[in-house]
Design a protein around this ligand. Structure first.
Ligand code: IPE
Ligand code: IPE
Ligand code: MG
Ligand code: MG
Length: 310
């Protein structure tokens, strides 16, 4: 079995990155908590199952990235927040469905039994659909209240659809399932991971910049940064599936091999996959060149994504 090889310097750097990201994630946690409906009326079970997965303590990388992209392009946190929360709700929906028996059939997620293990498959499907719709609803509410100009909200929601739909996570997840148990070329694994993971991460950066009404040049640079860290994120996920610690990750390991998935880790080995992640990190950092010191947190976030152990 492969083992994680981290130097002591990497370990202390990782500890500092984790602390910083946890602090930013706390802001997201409390905003998510408040955004969920206080009184679900007769739909208590469904609301509970939505909350169960959403508030189970994910890393909150997508909303943190969205808020930061808004901040480096001069936007307000208030305007970006509904879009950041929507990204996390929609991401959580993809996780609930990804874990279903019809897909990856996983029992553990975010350190808890998966949604369908607790609420059953029907409620888990509905919780996912509920979170997807609720994400759009809170963005539209923000536009309705005048927090974001209507035209900006329309563009941002259009970008969000691009990240999640046929040409985003759904397309990637479809190929991922169809190609299970087959041996793939690296280009095919890249295609799957670009769509199933990198598009939503790129959309997170893009949404923040769009809501901040950044220049097209800035929107494009942040999108390219997001695509590179998004692919690196999946490379890291593949490595962790082989040699990570299930308790830290809050999900089972060894599942890719059990399901016959070709991943970056199976194709390149851990060392090759790490090299690929480092190259993607370099590319991501290159995209931030025009932002100066303002983008230092985005630089550290990219490093965290490559070094992370959960
Ligand atoms: C897991 O996403 C699914 C992938 C795209 C690899 P995260 O690793 O962001 O999961 P949480 O949100 O922290 O639980
Ligand atoms: C998840 O991909 C990507 C999603 C869109 C949910 P995986 O199936 O590889 O991720 P984990 O390992 O279950 O989190
Ligand atoms: Mg999957
Ligand atoms: Mg999975």
């Amino acid at each position: 079995m492969m083992t994680m090889t981290m130097t002591p310097v990497d370990k202390s750097a990782l500890a500092a990155l984790k602390t910083e990201i946890k602090e930013k994630a706390k802001v997201i946690e409390s905003a998510l908590d408040q955004a969920l409906p206080a009184d679900p009326g007769p739909f208590g079970t469904l609301a509970e199952s939505m909350r169960y997965s959403l508030m189970a303590g994910g890393k909150r990388v997508r909303p943190v990235l969205c808020l930061e992209a808004a901040s480096v392009t001069g936007g307000s946190r208030e305007a970006a927040m509904p879009f950041a929360l929507a990204l996390e709700m929609i991401h959580t929906y993809t996780l609930i469905h990804d874990d279903l028996p019809a897909m990856d059939d996983d029992d553990l997620r975010r350190g808890r039994p998966t949604n369908h293990k607790v609420y059953g498959e029907a409620q888990a499907l509905l919780a996912g659909n509920g979170l997807l719709t609720y994400g759009f609803e809170i963005c539209l509410d923000a536009a309705k209240k005048g927090l974001v100009p209507h035209e900006t909200a329309v563009r941002a929601l259009h970008e969000l659809c691009g990240g999640i739909g046929l040409f985003g996570v759904m397309g990637g997840q479809s190929l991922d399932i169809m190609w299970e148990g087959t041996s793939l070329k690296i280009e095919q694994v890249e295609t799957v991971c670009h769509y199933k993971t990198a598009t939503l991460i790129a959309a997170s950066a893009r949404l923040g910049a769009v809501v901040a009404q950044a220049s097209e040049e800035q929107v494009e640079a942040l999108t390219e940064y997001g695509r590179a860290i998004g692919l690196a994120f999946q490379v890291a996920d593949d490595i962790l599936n082989v040699s990570g610690d299930s308790e830290k990750l809050g999900k089972s390991t060894g599942t890719d091999e059990a399901r016959g998935k070709t991943t970056f880790a199976t194709l390149l080995g851990e060392e090759g996959a790490r090299k690929m992640a480092d190259e993607l990190l370099e590319k991501a950092l290159g995209e931030l060149a025009g932002f100066g010191e303002k983008a230092d947190f985005l630089r550290r976030l990219a490093q965290y994504i490559v070094l992370r152990d959960r």
